[in-house]
Design a protein around this ligand. Structure first.
Ligand code: G3P
Length: 218
């Protein structure tokens, strides 16, 4: 499963991209607002830090506006993926942009039928929001499994990009469900390697070596 960072914070991306474990980045208007920086300028910096797809989300809600903003994003770098909302205009823009060779991420997906329609519009990525479904008492993971089944039934090439991830357990269950990508807030990304037995085991190895004066000489 590919791991994307779900943030527009350039400093955070710089820090974690250095691990070599970040395959891409997703941003959205709310994440851009949090940075207090110019969205296009941030995207330029992010595209230079991470070679994988960087999702840049349009603010327009009509077809012409989305196409105009997509053009601005496309000038930034070749690894930009245009993010459009799952609406009639969004899917129309998805088809037009895809036909023109762009990668499109269709966002704000809350049903498997919506995901099927985005795939028919040629989306490179579909972004189902797990956490927001859990928030209203539904099961976000069921949506991931349903989309996986539909895409596999018909051979849709659209990648399932699980979004609105709130826990390490979400990441685990996305991988088990066959999501192609999970986009993860940095607070969760940091926790992916955590295990108390890893910490305890490492401390014991170091202490034992110190006690017995074990060294590694070149
Ligand atoms: O990429 C957008 C999505 O991940 C939003 O997450 O936590 O605002 O529901 P959240």
């Amino acid at each position: 499963m590919k791991i994307f960072l779900d943030t527009a914070d350039v400093a955070e991306i710089r820090e974690y991209a250095a691990s070599g474990l970040v395959d891409g980045v997703t941003t959205n208007p709310s994440l851009a607002a949090k940075t207090g920086k110019d969205y296009v300028e941030s995207l330029k910096e992010i595209c230079a830090l991470v070679p994988g797809p960087i999702s840049a989300e349009v603010l327009a809600t009509d077809f012409d506006g989305m196409m105009a903003q997509a053009k601005i994003f496309q000038k930034i770098a070749p690894n930009i993926a245009i993010k459009v909302p799952l609406t009639w205009d969004g899917l129309k823009a998805c088809r037009a942009l895809t036909d023109g060779g762009a990668q499109v991420n269709v966002t704000l997906c809350f049903s498997a039928v919506q995901a099927m329609m985005a795939a028919k519009a040629g989306a490179a990525f579909i972004s189902p929001f797990i956490g927001r479904l859990d928030d209203i008492g539904e099961d976000g993971m069921t949506l991931i499994r349903d989309i996986r089944a539909i895409y596999d039934n018909y051979g849709f090439k659209t990648e399932v990009l699980a979004a609105s991830i709130r826990s390490v357990s979400h990441v685990l269950h996305c991988a088990l469900a066959g999501a192609d990508v999970a986009t993860i807030p940095t607070a969760i990304f940091k926790k992916l390697l955590d295990h108390t037995l890893t910490d305890k085991g490492l401390a014991a190895f170091i202490a034992d070596a110190k006690k017995a004066n074990v060294t590694i000489k070149g």
